[in-house]
Ligand binder design. Structure first.
Ligand code: MG
Length: 161
C-alpha cells in the first residue's frame, strides 16, 4: 500500500467584529480571525495538508482570496471540495492530526465538535481525526494575542491498491 503524507500551516490575525471559527465550529470569543473567507485557520491547515499529500498545490491556488466567490466562504466546504480533488487524483484520507496555536480562548470544550466537523468533511471516522491545542507562552504573535496559527499533517493511501 502506498502511503503519502502532507503538511499544512496557516495563520490569521485576530480582529474585532469577526466570528471565531475553528474546525467549522463557532467559538464564543470577543474577537475572531480576519480573512477573505471565514478565516478558519484550522480547516485551512488541514486542507493544505491533504492537498500537499496528493501534491495538488495549496489552498490559495484552488480557492484564491482574490476571487469574490470565496468571500466569507465556509472553510469546511472548501475542505470538502479539496477532499473531492484528492479523491479524483486517486487518494483516500487515512488520518489527520492538527494543532491549533493560540493564547485564548481555551479550546478544550470544543475539541470534539471540531473533530466531528472535520471528520465529516474529510469523510473519515472520528477516531482518525485529532485536534490539539497549545499556547504561545507569551512569545511572538501568538503569545501577544495578535493572531492564531495551526499546523496539520495528513496521511493518504493510494486508491485501488
Ligand atoms: Mg488561511
Amino acid at each position: 500500500m502506498t502511503i503519502r503524507t502532507g503538511i499544512g500551516y496557516d495563520c490569521h490575525r485576530f480582529a474585532l467584529g469577526r466570528a471565531l471559527v475553528l474546525g467549522g465550529v463557532e467559538i464564543p470569543f470577543e474577537r475572531g480571525l480576519e480573512g477573505h473567507s471565514d478565516a478558519d485557520v484550522l480547516s485551512h491547515a488541514v486542507t493544505d495538508a491533504l492537498l500537499g499529500a496528493a501534491a495538488l498545490g495549496d489552498i490559495g491556488e484552488h480557492f484564491p482570496d482574490t476571487d469574490s466567490r470565496f468571500a466569507g466562504a465556509d472553510s469546511i466546504e472548501l475542505l470538502r471540495s479539496a477532499v473531492g480533488l484528492v479523491s479524483a487524483a486517486g487518494f483516500a484520507a487515512v488520518n489527520v492530526d492538527a494543532t491549533v496555536v493560540l493564547e485564548a480562548p481555551r479550546l478544550a470544550g470544543f475539541r470534539e465538535a471540531m473533530r466531528g466537523r472535520l471528520a465529516d468533511a474529510i469523510g473519515i471516522e472520528l477516531a482518525r481525526v485529532s485536534v490539539k491545542a497549545t499556547r504561545g507562552e507569551g512569545m511572538g504573535f501568538v503569545g501577544r494575542g495578535e493572531g492564531a496559527a495551526a499546523i496539520a499533517i495528513a496521511t493518504l493511501r493510494e486508491l485501488g491498491e
